[in-house]
Design a protein around this ligand. Structure first.
Ligand code: ADP
Length: 539
């Protein structure tokens, strides 16, 4: 067979050739913009040329601090197109972490959204390797800024060649992208994506039994383009010629509902907190969401109650998927097998709420205290992964030793596997509640509590206990309409028949909001701190 390198630039070339008329709809601070793939292609080539003129060389890191919009999409292809590395930076991290990341990756150029400028201006003096800033703005003039040298994105494009050719002397194992995980303790850890890894992962997103992204789709990634490349959706949508809707900054559940209705979105992706917000919005207003063929949900466990509400009340199919920054990210996805469709509704929901089956192309092991676990749905162990789009190290980081061993990625996630080979994540190793020598899954408890109609969000954390070592305490945010009307007793009565007695939370604390990480997941470390205060006050 021919040994043709798999490269990121080729994904866009296909869209330019075969889907030149299809559209990318992009929302920025000044409104909605529409570009065809022909235009996106020309603009991307201009950007690639401009980056080259600025001195960006093969292997250099090109950082982005940007929301989901067309300019970010163009950078997704322009940087790898000249052999450079697209480095998407999580703008919601602390200034210290952003500074660490820029220096650790040794970014040479930073592309920055206008509304993110103030953040960059505050810390730019700490950057050691950045040689140029490019501002992504809709306005003809550059905003006043203390960054130097600074360029206007659109001006650079005007002065560059729309027919510029991407470099061809690339090895498919060359780096094309990188992303740092938002570690809750310690410095963020960098993951480098090869051209080959990205292309093979993109194939996986198109498989009918995974996300099935195709030309017929109108994709709306709500997951930020700095969170594991918006789960690869922009690459897949481009390659397969789907129309894309990029929601830009300051999106609210209302705005998402409107975009879905107006643009006839078929597939959208994001973390559960986004969907809890959307669900709330759908309950308030009349929206036409009939175009949606699926919501792709990952990043943390999708509560069963939420899946049920979307599917039964709004007839929107829900796809629960699992992955990590280290896995590009798609690793598993939950779909029913053909012989499971006639099962009772509650069993079907049970399966759909699991993280699902391993995606073709990857290998997995779940290893407990006594070796690989039994596939009985009960035996728990750490999930190990390997495959062509699984990282094999952290970029220049000592912590590689802890997570990558014997050719496997140790995910730090504890899982069970059932007879069908479907995995269910029980917890992150560090969030499991160790009570009297047994393990309690905070995720299972959260799921059960969030299935109560009065509950908006719930998170369960371990608190130290002199007798049992740790005990679960639930923090609950009630929906507005139920505040003051539903108390601890009612929720306890709701949980009691569902769990063994020793699993039940020792306390239920009502709070206004659950603290979230930079990518919208429950931030359990902060919650544990809050609880410490609460418990000392109540002693
Ligand atoms: P961060 O570490 O910054 O949160 P990642 O997105 O890489 O960034 O997080 C990956 C982790 O998210 C996984 O190791 C797992 O613990 C959790 N996760 C991802 N998807 C799911 C899911 N569907 N259900 C439960 N947990 C999930």
């Amino acid at each position: 067979m021919m040994n043709v390198p798999l490269t990121v630039g080729s994904l866009l070339e296909r869209a330019e050739k075969f889907f030149a008329k299809k559209e990318v709809v992009s929302r920025t601070l000044s409104g909605i913009h529409r570009f065809t793939y022909r235009e996106i292609g020309q603009r991307t080539r201009r950007l690639a040329h401009a980056l080259e003129k600025l001195g960006v060389q093969k292997g250099d890191r090109v950082g982005t601090l940007a929301w989901n919009h067309h300019r970010h999409l163009e950078t997704y292809f322009a940087a790898p197109g000249i052999g450079a590395v697209l480095h998407t930076i999580n703008i919601r991290l602390s200034p210290e972490h952003i500074s660490y990341i820029v220096n650790h990756a040794e970014d040479t150029v930073l592309l920055v959204d206008e509304d993110i400028l103030p953040l960059v201006e505050k810390i730019h003096e700490t950057f050691k390797t950045v040689k140029a800033y490019i501002i992504m703005t809709d306005k003809p003039e550059l905003p006043a800024t203390n960054l130097t040298p600074v360029y206007s994105y659109e001006k650079l494009l005007e002065e560059s060649d729309p027919n510029y050719s991407f470099v061809t002397d690339l090895d498919e194992n060359d780096p094309a992208g990188m992303c740092y995980t938002s570690a809750t303790t310690g410095n963020p850890k960098g993951v480098v994506y090869s051209h080959r890894g990205i292309v093979l992962h993109t194939f996986a997103l198109g498989l009918v039994d995974t996300a099935a992204i195709s030309e017929r789709d109108v994709t709306l990634p709500v997951v930020p383009m700095f969170h594991a490349n918006a789960w690869g959706m922009p690459f897949a949508a481009t390659w397969f010629g789907s129309a894309q809707v990029l929601p830009g900054p300051l999106f609210t559940p209302k705005l998402l509902a409107e975009l879905i209705e107006q643009e006839r979105v078929t597939l959208t992706a994001g973390v559960p907190t986004i969907w809890l917000g959307l669900l709330n919005e759908l309950e308030k207003g009349e929206y036409d969401t009939s175009s949606l063929r699926a919501i792709l949900c990952g990043g943390s466990a999708a509560p069963k109650g939420m899946i049920k509400a979307f599917e039964t009340k709004y007839k929107i199919p829900f796809l629960h998927a699992y992955g990590m920054t280290e896995t590009t990210p798609l690793a598993t996805l939950s779909r029913l097998k053909s012989y499971q469709t006639e099962l009772p509704q509650d069993e079907i929901l049970e399966i759909r709420a699991k993280q699902g089956l391993l995606v073709p192309g990857l290998e997995m092991k779940v290893v407990g205290a006594n070796g690989e676990v039994k596939w009985d749905g009960n035996d728990m162990g750490e999930l190990l992964l390997r495959g062509p789009w699984i990282a094999d190290e952290y970029y220049k980081d000592e912590r590689t030793k802890e997570a990558f061993k014997d050719g496997w990625l140790y995910t730090g996630d504890v899982a069970t596997v059932d007879e069908e080979g479907v995995i269910k994540l029980v917890d992150r190793t560090k969030d499991l509640i160790k009570s009297g020598g047994e393990w309690i899954s905070s995720v299972d408890l959260e799921n059960a509590i969030m299935a109560h109609e009065a509950v908006f969000e719930a998170s369960v954390v371990a608190v130290p206990d002199p007798k049992w070592q740790e005990r679960p305490v639930a923090c609950v945010v009630l929906k507005d309409a139920y505040k003051g009307k539903v108390g601890k007793e009612e929720l306890m009565d709701f949980l009691t028949p569902q769990f063994a007695k020793w699993w039940l939370p020792d306390d239920i604390v009502f709070i206004e909001e659950i603290p979230k990480t930079s990518v919208g997941k429950f931030l359990k470390s902060a919650l544990r701190e809050q609880l410490k205060e609460h418990l000392t006050k109540n002693v």
